[in-house]
Unconditional design. Structure first.
Length: 193
């Protein structure tokens, strides 16, 4: 049986990421450890275009990952991880990424695709109000009261925000305050010692 036949049978003639039945094509997942059907995916034209050109990304299209990330197929898990990583500035995508678990071998494959995708761009560092570099997982404190629009509360000065997540924007981080995941400007934060 050819890879194409295996993929169509496995995917039930639907895009393995968004379930579209239109314009399906075979997609070889970059940085794959082999050339088997497990390292390929059956995807629609829309998904392929957005995977290959991140500037064309339609954030709402990728909400489909909330279902497809649970696929038992390795290549689909890797693609979901990479795409959620691309969208991690969106709170829903970061929440899904926090839930997604990959076996060590798959995580290495998934991360390999991330480093090649972002290696051409210089990485800007997130720094707090004192110029101290922030890392994912750090604890920070608010240096002023911040009104959280849409959540109906004010985050008070001195509030600790633990286990922060970095975003694509070095001036912003994500963290939980009062149980709500919010985006915070780094200029209003001080890293804990």
């Amino acid at each position: 049986m050819s890879i194409e036949q295996i993929l169509h049978q496995r995917a039930q003639h639907q895009c393995e990421l968004c379930k579209s039945e239109q314009s399906l094509t075979i997609f070889a997942v970059p940085e794959s450890p082999d050339d088997s059907a497990d390292s390929h995916a059956l995807l629609c034209e829309n998904c392929v275009q957005q995977l290959q050109d991140p500037k064309q990304i339609d954030t709402n299209h990728w909400r489909c990952l909330s279902d497809s990330m649970w696929s038992p197929v390795s290549s689909i898990q890797v693609l979901a991880y990479r795409q959620l990583h691309q969208l991690k500035s969106e709170s829903w995508a970061q929440d899904l990424l926090d839930m997604l678990y990959l076996e060590d071998e798959l995580k290495i494959w998934a991360d390999a695709g991330l480093t090649t995708a972002s290696s051409d761009e210089p990485q800007l560092k997130a720094v707090d109000s004192n110029g101290t570099e922030l890392q994912a997982g750090d604890t920070v404190h608010l240096i002023k009261d911040l009104v959280v629009k849409g959540a109906g509360f004010t985050a008070k000065r001195g509030t600790a925000v633990r286990n922060i997540a970095l975003t694509d924007n070095p001036e912003q981080i994500e963290g939980r305050v009062n149980g709500t995941r919010i985006v915070l400007l780094t200029k209003f934060l001080k890293k804990s010692n």
